[in-house]
Design a protein around this ligand. Structure first.
Ligand code: NAP
Ligand code: GLV
Length: 309
């Protein structure tokens, strides 16, 4: 069994060693142009040439949850794409989002600024009931985030493409549900995949529907957010601020206004990092299952090219 590894911005050796150990007898090599066709691929943002030269893959395993970069490529028909299914990311995402929500709700950003100038003062306690948190995307990460927020007694709303029932989450779905979801949300968390349907979805019109003083947390992809619209709504007073982990251009360019905006917190796409060991274990188990005759549809995380996620 031959496995080819083609992952941008990733140190290959530890991954190759991990797959060789998990799949004894397999050949695992870094892809290079002109390499012989492999059985399976492990990928992150490969070039188009990679898929042009690998038409017979039994599976292309993405070492992230989001497949937006892959969906821009021409993938040979019949090559299934499989994304990471949690693999240690959902707990990180829950930590990040709960931290951002609580920092905003408890006004810890203001305390930080005041303590920095040795000022001892108290903020008036705020009511959780007035801070309903709306989670866009009720998938692997969104549901974990929703459950974690519920542990802190925030009212939690969720929005997905298909209708869902999730314990302790007020669920909305589809285009019609989106308006009602936004109108009831005070802290918005974006966790939908970036697709043709969700690109630019956080714009002047949608963000203006949020409750007055709303706060935006984008942990999905930069392409969801229209940057200038966010800034205009914060500066105009309808929004109170934002925590942003993902950007249209990464690294975020030095001149971008997000860096210096006093009401915007920037982190460098770090909310849920790929965990190498858990990812290798998950992908190796899926390769073994396929080798033993399991149908591709039985694997978690198989991407539907029509939906784009
Ligand atoms: P997932 O399990 O596929 O869940 C996606 C959710 O989004 C599903 O509930 C889906 O609805 C919903 N959705 C998709 N398109 C929609 C639409 N047009 N309207 C309404 N809802 C829609 O994905 P995941 O594993 O939770 O990951 C979500 C995203 O997080 C990834 O795609 C990636 O962009 C991002 N991410 C970011 C980081 C980071 O470090 N910043 C790390 C990992 C992932 P259905 O349930 O109806 O299908
Ligand atoms: C990271 O952004 C991922 O999609 O896994």
């Amino acid at each position: 069994m031959n496995i080819t590894f083609c992952c941008a911005h990733t140190k290959a050796e530890p991954w190759l060693d991990g797959f060789r150990e998990a799949l004894p007898g397999s050949t695992v090599e870094v892809w290079s142009a002109g390499a012989a066709p492999a059985d399976y691929a492990v990928v992150w943002s490969p070039p188009q040439q990679f898929f042009d030269e690998q038409p017979a893959l039994k599976g292309a395993f993405n070492i992230g949850a989001g497949v937006d970069a892959l969906m821009k490529l021409r993938i040979p028909p019949g090559v299934p794409v499989v994304r990471l299914d949690d693999a240690g990311m959902s707990v990180q995402m829950a930590e990040y989002v709960c931290h951002a929500v609580i920092r905003h709700f408890r006004e810890f950003d203001i305390y930080e600024a005041e303590v920095a100038v040795s000022k001892w003062s108290f903020r008036k306690p705020r009511s959780r009931a007035e801070f309903p948190v709306g989670v866009m995307g009720l998938g692997v990460l969104g549901q974990r985030v929703a459950a974690a927020l519920g542990q802190f007694d925030f009212p939690v709303l969720g929005w997905s493409r298909s209708p869902k029932t999730v314990a302790d989450v007020q669920c909305f779905s589809g285009d019609d549900g989106f308006r009602d979801f936004l109108a009831a949300t005070r802290v918005l968390v974006c966790l939908v995949p970036l697709t043709a349907e969700t690109e630019d979805i956080l714009n002047r019109e949608t963000l203006a529907r949020l409750l007055p003083g709303a706060y935006v947390i984008n942990v999905a992809r930069g392409g969801h957010l229209v940057d200038d619209d966010l800034i205009a709504l914060i500066d105009g007073g309808h929004l109170s601020g934002a925590t942003l982990d993902v950007f249209r251009v990464e690294p975020l360019p030095a001149a971008h206004p997000f860096w210096a905006h006093p009401k915007i917190t920037v982190t460098p796409h770090t909310s849920a990092r790929t965990q190498r060991e858990e990812s290798i274990a998950q992908i190796a188990a899926k390769i073994l299952a396929l080798q033993q005759g399991a149908p591709i549809a039985s694997l978690a995380g198989v991407v539907d090219p029509k939906k784009g996620y």
